[in-house]
Design a protein around this ligand. Structure first.
Ligand SMILES: [Zn+2]
Length: 288
């Protein structure tokens, strides 16, 4: 991949649990892509959903990344400090007429969790704020190739009934604010990307280039995630963990001789070949 010299990438975990192989893989791929381009790699903690967070997880993630030699540039951005910026962005979207109030419950929502404007909130009733999506935005994914516009959600929550800002809004506001121009992340966020691109456009911000990685599944076919109880990676085996992740990413560096995380990462940066993932685009990576 050819990158401009001012590459700015990031890894943005949510502190809902420790790193597992799927999240290590996303961290590693975004790190390698940034370092290979001589760019910056930032870390953002997506701590905007306290009910789902696990006490101590943010620290543990940072320690795990350090143990694996994945050292970030600049200071960590905690999204919990950014509520004013999300509120301001929401105001801009409201002024553009893209936001509406919704009082739907889980049971009354339509397909894909859409409200479709079918509810009529009464005064004083708890509401979420949603964006009306046009479904008119496609993009060229660096791994998956051209993604034509698709209207998968006709609307998406920006601020929840409990007053918490949704991922889709926060991620766009912070990618724009931090000047992130390359995002390498899991394909579970592919459908979100179409909505995020509309939000970037409405906020008059430049969207990053995206590269969506194949998902890591276990031998039963279950996606590795905190929700499905994927086991935490053991920092005591950092070199082995990196080798496993590189093997999943089909990188030749996985089996090159190296005795430390630093040596292995240098080899991995110098031999980074993200294009091999294009051939796997629709498949998943299996981690036992
Ligand atoms: Zn509704």
């Amino acid at each position: 991949m050819a990158h401009p010299p001012d590459y700015r990438g990031r890894f943005a975990p949510s502190p809902t649990g420790p790193l597992h192989m799927g999240s290590l893989l996303a961290a590693l791929a975004s790190y390698l892509d940034a370092r290979c381009a001589g760019g910056a790699w930032l870390l953002r903690m997506e701590d905007i959903d306290p009910p789902r967070e696990m006490p101590g997880a943010a620290d543990r993630i940072l320690r795990s990344l350090e143990a694996h030699g994945l050292c970030w540039d600049e200071s960590v951005l905690f999204q919990s400090t950014r509520r004013d910026a999300y509120e301001e962005a929401l105001r801009v979207l409201e002024e553009a007429g893209r936001v509406f109030a919704c009082c739907c419950s889980r049971a009354t929502l339509g397909p894909g969790g859409s409200c479709l404007g079918r509810c009529k909130p009464r005064a004083g009733q708890p509401i979420s704020l949603r964006i009306r999506l046009r479904g008119d935005t496609g993009f060229d994914d660096q791994i998956l190739g051209l993604q034509p516009p698709v209207n998968t959600h006709s609307d998406l929550v920006l601020r929840r009934k409990d007053g918490l800002y949704a991922y889709a809004l926060a991620v766009v506001v912070d990618d724009a604010w931090q000047g992130i121009n390359h995002v390498v992340r899991g394909s579970d966020l592919l459908l979100q990307t179409f909505a995020q691109l509309e939000i970037f456009r409405e906020l008059a911000a430049t969207a990053p280039q995206y590269a969506h990685l194949p998902l890591v599944r276990d031998t039963q076919g279950t996606k590795l995630s905190k929700q499905t109880g994927a086991r935490a990676i053991d920092d005591a085996f950092a070199v082995d963990n990196l080798r496993s992740a590189l093997r999943l990413l089909q990188q030749d560096s996985a089996d090159m001789p190296a005795s430390s995380t630093g040596e292995l990462l240098d080899l991995a940066v110098n031999n980074w070949r993200p294009r091999v993932l294009s051939a796997l685009a629709e498949k998943s990576l299996v981690y036992p």
